[in-house]
Design a protein around this ligand. Structure first.
Ligand code: ADP
Ligand code: MG
Length: 740
């Protein structure tokens, strides 16, 4: 009953789909779905038959075998064919309400009995559970007063007719309120019977064949209702493989999701390569680069050198760079960015560096001026810049003077115009949204009078959160990546310990010892959404804690408090006091960027560590350990948080490798942590999982690269179905991901 190979008849899909009775038909037309269920489905974004068919099971249950009552064990989920013996209402002592109990048996002698209980009796059930009725019941078995029972079992009324729910491996879906599981299975069964053959192939036949993957229609059917032959072939492991999403049907769909996504990502990359940008005649041998490098008060690490090389190589190309430098806090990304910027200025281009906070922007400005002096023509623009100075800066920018403009959001918010903005650097990229990056990029989009072409700026973005490899290939696949693994010499890894529950005093004592030696400490409180009520109580608790630390715990030292509701100059003043060691302890909420360099701070204490992502904690920890003295990080966590939390925090005690931590984070918490404002939702995968399915991701990516080499615009007849797919679905998901 499989459809004939429709991938060779390109037009079949869209025409079949849009025809009445095609895959775009509203769900309401599936047998068993009336207006009421249709409304419920619509609320869950299941609008068409296509949506319904691709509402995939999240797990499976083995109901290939009906069990005998006698075999049932405690806690087991099982299906049993039974005959009803009796039913009755039983009053509950406390509430005065009733529960409903049905006793049944599976033998003629009625010796083995099973009790079924309902505390909320579905309408109409009572009248149907009459003596001698034959049904199949499914549920979790419990022992109550030595009697086997199932509470709220699933009932199949006419044994032998409900093929979707008994006698097979059955799918388990995410619960949809108002649609009982059994009904949902039946609806899917109906829909698959009637419509699955319309699911034609978008994937180029060639690649699917290479991996010996089943046809889409077959894969979708199998994934909902694994056929018996499959289950017996896979014998006892059948369910395990299904539950692990590790069957050819799953592979097919996972591969397809990756394939379709990678095409968009890699095409975007190709697209940028087709755009024009100023090609600078630069390399690490350029005089300007050498000169700037000599001004540095240190020698670049090998990774820094390599990053500079990669950036300069990109800048010498006539199309825009789109590169990310990733590396742990303190690895020296800024120096790399400055060298690249200086090289561009020497070639007559203008550059801009945008940082997320005033403190950071000022720090960059001060460092640049301090290190390079006149060799790097730099100006600072923040919300604080007086308007006379701003006008002055504006004039210089318009004149085309080669300079590096360092600033905050002010760079995009102010009506700043450049003459020739050729190079953009974004620090702490995760703190900015796609729109903000785009706005800045537009300021560098300009007409090249000599060639008449539109030029785009080169982009360099920096991040201290290492991106797991799989994300680098998907969500960040449109970027080239330079990685700085190596830390500047003379730093020793921060010693990390998790303190559970009330074991804090020991940590306080350790901190006191260090403070006595003249070192400084940070205390961090989680404060994620300041404006929300929850955030407000945290702010209160941060203030209270600051007082408590000042008065009760460290009365002999000076404690300062930094939070997002302070005015910018208040923040700067507190930060400066900490820098000058006028404050020994700095209590801060996480909304405040403590990205400033205070080498004398050797202690980092984080409250409610269980609320943070591992990478975030790792970043916080990177604020200490900047000098040569041994630094410590203390993570305070609640004792009664779950297993996952324990496992998570221990990773930090064990490793200081940001990449390993990022991988663990991805595995434990999913990609949300890393996407940040880059993408408001999650990746558009229904089945694919970046960690579990890495191998398929790599295969899909390889194949897409091959496809892009051969037919980037999908003009060949065998690629038309894929092109139609993109035309039909648009590339909405991807739009949100783009860096530029
Ligand atoms: P991040 O990568 O976190 O932005 P920074 O660029 O702020 O790191 O560098 C952190 C500190 O390390 C700065 O004080 C910087 O001057 C210093 N630094 C950078 N590179 C080196 C190096 N190769 N050797 C020694 N110190 C360095
Ligand atoms: Mg930095």
């Amino acid at each position: 009953m499989l459809p004939k190979d429709k991938s060779t008849t390109p037009s079949s899909k869209s025409s079949t789909a849009s025809r009445p009775g095609g895959l775009d038909t509203p769900v309401q037309f599936v047998k068993g779905v009336g207006p009421r269920l249709a409304a419920i489905f619509n609320n869950r974004e299941i609008k068409t038959i296509r949506d319904l068919l691709t509402f995939f099971p999240r797990a499976y249950e083995d109901r290939t075998r009906l069990l005998a009552i006698q075999e049932l064990t405690e806690g087991q989920k099982a299906s049993v064919a039974v005959r009803i013996l009796s039913s009755r209402k039983i009053p509950m002592r406390q509430s005065g309400r009733f529960f409903f109990e049905t006793r049944c048996t599976d033998g003629t002698d009625g010796k083995d009995t099973l009790s079924l209980k309902w505390f909320h009796l579905p309408r109409g059930l009572e009248t149907r559970l009459t003596p001698n009725a034959q049904v199949i019941v499914t549920g979790v078995v419990k022992f109550f007063m030595n009697q086997r029972e199932i509470v709220h079992p699933e009932i199949t009324w006419k044994p032998g007719t409900d093929v979707a729910s008994v006698g097979r491996i059955v799918p388990v879906y995410i619960e949809i309120e108002g649609v009982p599981t059994r009904v949902l299975r039946k609806i899917l069964w109906e829909a698959l019977e009637k419509y699955s053959r319309l699911l034609s192939e978008d994937l180029p036949l060639h690649y699917r064949g290479q991996h010996q993957l089943p046809l889409l229609s077959e894969a979708v059917r199998t994934i909902h209702f694994p056929p018996e032959s499959t289950s017996s072939e896979m014998n006892i492991h059948g369910v395990d493989q299904l539950v692990a999403f590790n069957t050819p049907a799953h592979w097919r769909l996972i591969y397809e999701e990756f394939f379709k996504f990678e095409y968009l990502v890699l095409r975007q990359r190709l697209h940028m390569e087709r755009e024009a940008a100023t090609a600078f005649h630069v390399s690490t041998d350029s005089n300007a680069t050498k000169d700037l490098t000599h001004s540095l008060p240190f020698r670049l690490t090998l990774d820094q050198k390599k990053a500079v090389e990669e950036i300069l190589a990109d800048l010498s190309q006539p199309h825009p760079m789109n590169r990310l430098i990733q590396g742990d806090v303190g690895c020296g990304k800024t120096a790399v960015a400055f060298l690249a910027a200086g090289t561009v200025l020497a070639e007559g281009g203008q550059a801009a560096l945008m940082a997320p906070t005033e403190i950071l922007a000022e720090q960059h400005y001060t460092n640049a001026s301090h290190i390079f002096g006149k060799k790097l023509n730099t100006v600072l623009l923040t919300g604080k810049t007086p308007s006379a100075e701003r006008t002055q800066i504006q004039l210089r920018l318009e004149s085309g003077e080669p300079l590096l403009l360092i600033g905050t959001h002010a760079l995009i918010e102010q009506p700043v115009q450049f003459k020739d903005l050729a190079f953009i650097i974004i620090d702490e990229q995760h703190r900015f949204g796609v729109e903000q990056r785009r706005t800045l990029r537009k300021k560098g989009t300009r007409l090249d009078p000599s060639s008449g072409r539109i030029l785009h700026p080169h982009m360099l973005i920096m991040s201290a959160t290492p991106i797991p490899r799989t994300l680098a290939l998907t969500a960040y696949g449109d970027l080239s990546i330079s990685t700085i693994h190596e830390m500047p010499p003379g730093r020793s890894p921060v010693k990390t310990r998790v303190f559970w529950g009330s074991a804090k005093n020991e940590a306080y004592e350790k901190i006191r010892q260090e403070l006595k030696k003249g070192h400084q400490a940070y205390f961090i409180y989680p404060l994620i959404h300041e404006s929300e009520a929850e955030g407000f109580t945290h702010l209160k608790s941060a203030i209270q804690e600051a007082n408590r630390l000042a008065q009760e715990v460290f009365p002999e030292f000076k404690v300062g408090l930094l939070h997002g509701q302070l005015k910018p100059d208040e923040k700067a003043s507190i930060m400066n006091q900490f820098k000058k060691n006028e404050l020994q302890v700095l209590v801060s909420t996480t909304v405040v960027e403590v990205g400033v360099d205070v080498p004398n701070a050797t202690m980092m204490a984080v409250e409610h560590a269980e609320r943070f992502g591992l990478s975030q904690l790792h970043q916080l920890r990177g604020r200490v350990g900047r000098g040569t003295v041994q630094s410590h990080c203390f993570l305070f966590a609640h004792a009664h948080t779950g297993e996952v939390t324990t496992q998570r925090l221990n990773v930090l005690e064990e490793t200081s490798d940001g990449f390993q931590i990022a991988e663990a984070d991805l595995e434990l918490r999913g990609p949300g942590e890393f996407l940040g404002v880059r993408q408001s939702g999650s990746l558009p995968f229904k089945l694919a999982n970046l960690v579990r399915d890495q191998a398929w991701l790599l295969k899909a990516r390889n194949d897409v690269q091959d496809l892009l080499r051969k037919d980037p615009d999908l003009n060949a007849p065998e690629h038309l179905p894929l092109r139609r797919y993109y035309e039909r679905e648009g590339s909405l998901q991807f739009e949100r991901l783009k860096t530029s």
